[in-house]
Design a protein around this ligand. Structure first.
Ligand SMILES: Nc1ncnc2c1ncn2[C@@H]1O[C@H](COP(=O)(O)OP(=O)(O)OP(=O)(O)O)[C@@H](O)[C@H]1O
Ligand SMILES: [Mg+2]
Length: 246
């Protein structure tokens, strides 16, 4: 089937077409249609169990759809596992790192796993600083890092990988306001580099602050979608709550 092209002549970086996932009797995701272009930060909001993590897992190929397709740069995740994984980076709520290795050693390890070759130790150390890690933390063991510092390693991994798309699942939950603010700044920098970002979050403030678009999900369905420059912080909260009524 011919893939329709977006206005710039390329397939969107992240695209869901009728994407659905059923677990037993639970319709975790129901016919999601979504397209995210380079330089867009799409925030998925919705209550517990709405289908946000399921959406991300389908893009990552962690789960197979029961209907529809998840596409990365026009390639179906189900049939192009390696090619699609090469183009994306993933930051879960808890970034999994080797506690006994330093931040730099972790970055070296995960960059080597990416298979594209390493830009070299010095460049990797610079990337850690670009990702907001203090220079004197670069060689310290990760076991002493705060949650915010671990998230920065996650961002550094995606910068080193030169990922075109970034998937984040509740990245700011449990971060203090300053760490959360720094995190927003990093996402903004990735956006300016034309990365496409899909972020699941419960943080309405950050969604308005960092997102270019927000979508509200409920019972596996995308119930509304809006551009963040059309609305204020208070509007987003009101709209969210309105959609939570039965
Ligand atoms: N592996 C699984 N097996 C069975 N049911 C699952 C599985 N993963 C998710 N579900 C169900 O699918 C629905 C959507 O879950 P999902 O984790 O996508 O929600 P979420 O929006 O990420 O919620 P939260 O805000 O709590 O993280 C829920 O009803 C959940 O119980
Ligand atoms: Mg979730």
């Amino acid at each position: 089937m011919q893939i329709p092209e977006s206005p710039n002549g390329r397939a969107p970086l992240l695209e869901a077409r009728g994407l659905s996932k059923r677990y037993g009797s639970t319709q975790a995701l129901d016919s999601l249609d979504l397209a995210i272009e380079p330089g867009e930060v799409y925030c998925l909001l919705g209550p517990n169990g709405a289908g946000k993590t399921t959406t991300i897992n389908l893009f990552l190929g962690f789960a197979a759809p029961t209907a529809g397709r998840a596409l990365i740069a026009g390639l179906d995740v189900s049939t192009h596992d390696r090619e699609t994984k090469e183009r994306i980076a993933y930051i879960p709520e808890q970034v999994m790192l080797y506690r006994n290795l330093s931040g730099l050693e972790n970055l070296e390890y995960f960059t080597a796993l990416g298979g594209k070759g390493s830009p070299g130790r010095e460049r990797l150390a610079e990337i850690l600083v670009e990702a907001g890690l203090e220079r004197d933390a670069v060689d310290r063991r990760v076991s002493g890092y705060s949650k915010g510092m671990r998230q920065k390693i996650g961002i550094a991994i995606s910068i080193a990988k030169e990922a075109d798309a970034l998937l984040l699942d509740e990245p700011t939950s449990g971060l203090d306001p300053k760490a959360s603010n720094e995190f927003s700044g990093l996402i903004e920098r990735l956006r300016k580099r034309d990365v496409a970002v899909l972020m699941a979050t419960h943080d309405l403030f950050r969604a308005k602050e960092t997102g270019t678009r927000v979508g509200i999900m409920r019972y596996g369905r995308l119930v509304t979608e809006m551009s963040t420059d059309e609305i204020g912080h208070a509007d987003l909260e009101r709209i969210y709550l309105e959609h939570m009524h039965d």
